[in-house]
Design a protein around this ligand. Sequence first.
Ligand SMILES: *Cc1c(COP(=O)(O)O)cnc(C)c1O
Length: 390
Amino acid sequence: MKENKKHFETEAIRTQSETTQFSEHSVPLYLTSGFVFDDAEEMRASFAEEKQRDLYSRYSNPNVNEFVDKVCLMEGAEAGFAFASGMAAVFSTFATLLNAGDHVVSCSSVFGATHGLFTKYFPKWNIECSYFNINEVEDIESLIKPNTKFIYAETPTNPGVDVLDLEALSIICKKHNLLLVIDNCFATPYLQNPIKFGADLVIHSATKLMDGQGRVLGGVTVGKKELIREIYLFSRLTGPSMSPFNAWVLSKSLETLAIRVDKHCENALKLATYLESHPKVKWVKYPFLKSHPKYDIAKKQMRLGGNIVAFEVEGGIEAGRTFLDAIKMCSLSANLGDTRTIVTHPASTTHAKVEPEVKAAAGISDGMVRVSVGLEHVDDIIKDLKQALD
Ligand SMILES: *Cc1c(COP(=O)(O)O)cnc(C)c1O
């Protein structure tokens, strides 16, 4: 099998659904809710899973299968299931793995909606969550209980761009017989493959760099076959599946993931390096800057540093707000991983109502700005941020 394995870019382009009788070059869009059977026996065998085929698009669909196959190849995963959004992937994965009375250990800096699941909905199902601080990974073991099911983390984190050591997390999980579930959205499968470092399941919001152009929502969970089988059974019953249209768009996007992400990372490193030299910037965080506290770990587990840069403007909340208002070209938006550079100031916008301790735990300081570096010419991105800082 090894010699059949192609390079990342080639797999992304050459993994395709079977050609139809029309000999099309580009994969068609299979907008169909159902599929037909030759006779009662074929239908019986298909529903009994004696025959592998598409039955109904809540279960599977050729476009969705192609998208999932690509992500599996990219992540080195055995199987996967695609969802309508990243949060559908996160929720369905949790709902499949957890029973009432279970316990989860999670990094405190996780995506806002994921944190909302832990705090608003887990209690009603009697599921408990304990948090470890990004800088106190040595605390994790003291949080583990007899009913702990998995450790959950994102790396690099949002919005603080901190880096967690995947191998170290995996060693703890193996020792305590826990699953390791990683949201790999910020890195994309091109930059980082958590399964290589011991993760059991990897989740992506495909809405971000996978789409890369701010058009469609999507999510995917990949990993161990037997776990994905459970996630599939839960999902085909509950209906969070990805639409064929979004899968078609996303599978096309994956063809250019490597070349796009290379350029995103090149621009982000240039911007981060520039910001480090600006007198109004207190600090800059970017995984591939030597000044990043986890630079060595980032180098070990990531191909490049990603497209998110965080920095602190001198002057706290007011300065952050003034900076945001002075931005001319870049977009103020909650999305990230777009061709367009997006700037946010969490303390005065998305996290304005969040308690100070929660903000601190999530790695958000008063003057912190998060930039999702896009694909405009880097000189124009730098120029816009420079004039806003000045
Ligand atoms: C955006 C995001 C999600 C949620 O994805 P949606 O597609 O918006 O539902 C989950 N995790 C991370 C890290 C994200 O950035």
